[in-house]
Ligand binder design. Sequence first.
Ligand code: PEP
Ligand code: MN
Length: 329
Amino acid sequence: MKNDATEEQVNAVIKEIERMGFRGVPMPGALRTAICIIGNKGSVDATQLLAMEGVKEAIPVTKSYKLVSRETHLESSLITIGDVTIGAGEPVIMAGPCAVESEEQALTIASIVKKYGAKVFRGGAFKPRTSPYAFQGLGEKGLKILDKVRRETGLLIVTEATDSENLVPVEKYADIIQIGARNMQNYSLLRLTGQTKKPVLLKRGFAATIDEWLMAAEYIMSEGNSRVILCERGIRTFSDNTRNTLDLSAIPSIKAVSHLPIIVDPSHAAGKRDFVIPLSRGAIAVGADGLLVEVHHDPAHALSDGMQSLYPQQFEQLMQEISRLKQYL
Ligand code: PEP
Ligand code: MN
């Protein structure tokens, strides 16, 4: 639409797109609103639309994803939750244990990560574990503990939904709904998450290409939820010195084609705590909008991912290093 297009003109174009048998999704930007046509199988004849008032141009989108594409939304998206904005230049640090183990554990770690500058507390209540015999998380009890962490510390909460059933309480208690690597291509879960009102942290699947990952984000956005944050967490390669291989090239690659913010999880990529700080430095240097980091006050006794959890003192060091790096961004 033209810069000065009115709301009525935007609505009239959406109506016309619907009359043509498609859906029109408005994408308001700082300079102008784009309207994405979705549901078309092939190219669309735009003659009718171009004749309408307020319409500037019709741009055929060259990628299979649309809503996540920079072609439809030139400016980078900012995601604001409370007083935290993701994508605004200041890296947002999300930190906490892999899993919520008890109220005492969660509150102890939350006060540590808050003290050093984290804005969001992470902690799984529903854990997707490789082994069915491993600790599966505290479930709803864990969500109630996270709620208490929010009330006592003011930190925002990010926690994972692993299926359609637990998505309901996770939406209720979380500020950001995490969709894990294992579920990146669980299309029914993606659609349901797209129907929620909370921002979504979408992790990259172990073997997902950039396009597959963006198509997963498109599933969420096509249901009406535009607040998607991507998270690179390492992919499977032949390299076995780390748990996964952190693909730092994903950050500029995503930024070139999508307006969505992207953060990095160095913990699940590394699998070893001593690699987390160097990988975090790299992530911030290549332009990540934030980090998702595992921290534990007693990693030797953690019920999951103790090996990759930072000691509190290491988290303090990480935060100091990031603040030094920021002057070069
Ligand atoms: C997690 O962040 O707790 C997690 C399970 O990560 P991933 O889905 O990336 O394996
Ligand atoms: Mn973990």
